[in-house]
Design a protein around this ligand. Structure first.
Ligand code: GLP
Length: 244
């Protein structure tokens, strides 16, 4: 595991964008696994800037997003489809037909999860998976539990996750209670993983992921078993690392 320390969110975003940009330059038709949330927004902004300067070409890139709220339509401004389109896809030259996100409007969880697993496997797997980290240590929407979930599954969001994500919704009652998410097996099968973490409220989760025991109670701790993980974190997120 490589750990890069950044001063702040902006520097973290730039360093993370460098890792993604290297992947796209070295393999123009790569499969990027993408994430939502506030953590990767700066990374997407930086990639957009480089693209607009003519330095990055996404025309052959394919993407597979980690997760989507169950029940939200694409045009709902809190859906992850909407997030990806407005924070990244609309400003780069990606072919939207090459982008993939679980379909939150499919009420049949088993069918949607099987469909999405097939999408990822038909892509030939993920070359570089970008991840944020939940305050409870979740990756994607793989919440703490008694076992690591393998493939794409429908998850009941934990009260702490609903609480953390309520800032994006008009009220806590509007936050969906379920989501479709890639499983831990799919995430771990990515050839490379890039974890971006910012802020003091993530310090404990990051410390537990990297320095703690590998346990499904801290889903991100499984990353310790992956052979090619790059963590880019800012000083605040690394504030507990004195004795790691
Ligand atoms: C959400 C997403 C995760 C994300 C996490 C952290 O629940 N499903 O993929 O990493 O929250 O979000 P943020 O970066 O906004 O703190």
């Amino acid at each position: 595991m490589r750990l890069y320390k950044a001063m702040d969110y902006q520097e973290m975003s730039r360093k993370a964008a460098h890792v993604i940009s290297a992947q796209v330059i070295l393999k123009p038709d790569c499969v990027l696994g993408l994430a939502t949330g506030s953590s990767p927004i700066g990374t997407y902004k930086q990639l957009i800037q480089w693209h607009q300067k003519g330095e990055l070409d996404f025309s052959q890139v394919k993407t597979a997003n980690l997760d989507e709220y169950k029940g939200l339509t694409r045009d709902n401004d809190q859906s992850y489809y909407y997030f990806m389109y407005h924070n990244f896809f609309k400003d780069i030259n990606i072919d939207m037909a090459n982008t993939n996100i679980p379909d939150g409007t499919n009420p049949d969880s088993a069918a949607e999860c099987a469909r999405y697993d097939k999408v990822v496997s038909d892509l030939g797997g993920v070359d570089l998976q970008l991840l944020g980290l939940g305050r409870n240590g979740h990756i994607g929407f793989n919440e703490p539990g008694d076992a690591f979930a393998k493939g794409t599954h429908c998850i009941n969001l934990q009260p702490s996750t609903i609480d953390a994500n309520k800032r994006f919704f008009a009220s806590i009652d509007d936050v969906p209670k379920q989501a479709y998410t890639m499983g831990i097996k799919t995430i771990m099968q990515a050839k490379k993983i890039l974890l971006v973490v910012s802020g003091e409220d993530k310090a404990k989760a990051l410390y537990d992921c990297i320095c703690g025991p590998i346990t499904p109670q801290v889903p991100g701790s499984i990353l310790q078993l992956h052979s090619d993980v790059t963590v880019v974190a800012d000083a605040a997120a690394l504030s507990l690392f004195g004795d790691c």
